[in-house]
Ligand binder design. Sequence first.
Ligand code: PB1
Length: 333
Amino acid sequence: MNSLFLSPQHVLQGGYFNSTLRKLQEPNTSIEPHNIMYPIFLLEDDDAVQPVSSMPNVFRYGLNKLIPALGELVNKGLQSVLIFGIVEKLPKDSRGSSADCKDNPVVKALPKLRQAFPQLTLASDVCLCPYTSHGHCGVLTENGVIDHEPSVKRIADVALAYAKAGAHIVAPSDMMDNRIKAIKDALVANKLQNQVSVLSYSCKFASAMYGPFRDTMKSSPMAGDRKCYQLPPGSAGLAARAAERDVAEGADFLMVKPGLPYLDIVRQTKDRYPNHPLFIYQVSGEYAMIAQQKDSNEMQTILLETLTCMRRAGADCIITYFAPLVLSIISKQ
Ligand code: PB1
């Protein structure tokens, strides 16, 4: 017998034969409430609640229905939410004017959510696509391409409106170049720079996994696609440069989106910027793929394995529609 196979340092199984030892072998992968952020869809109609057909157990809420639903989750330990406004009555126009008007559901809800849940961290997604007639995330020129300067100005205006309304975090998902600096400058000019954080969707890819979200938000581009401002799925280089750009412009937190297929980008980003909390957005298509599991125990096992791998790759916080289920699982552990 070759002596290599007998040498003790090559015997690994002595290090993980029970759950305690296995936990010691999995540092920085625990999933606690602060590692989870819950995305929520907010309707204009305060008394409405609508299931999202392509995402089982996900709903679109009016504020009066959202508050009791959030109350149950806050009691289970929910620490943060990410709010997306949906408009069906307010007009959609070329510059997304309804994004920051006084009747915008997010602008109206933030102060009430602050009052109802003083300990809950409220993040607001900042983008024009739910509010533009063309469905793009920025303002367009006459020939239908992103008009950079007005797009950045609009995104900064919308972020400031949500900050003034009570958001603790503004999260620009538009992917416009230089919007982070514009938002930071607006917060400083309004003396909000030490009360509102900027969570940049820094490494957001032009993924095919946003379908269920776009269906429920009615936020698909009317023409073309988002490949000219969301990153090419194969480009680690652009992801590195996007994170570098946003760190230089003052982003407080970074993000990789989608999650599971992009864990190499998560690791790359965490290694380059270890001092910036890093978020993963487990997007609607990822949710649908796991939620379709027929056996609920199997689905939960797959979910926890996925979240553990996201934490191992370097995620500090995971934005997930599974937040209610994760909180239930955690509370039973
Ligand atoms: O869950 C999801 O699919 C998230 C989709 C995401 C929300 N931030 C964006 C993706 C897209 O529709 O291009 C919305 C863009 N502002």
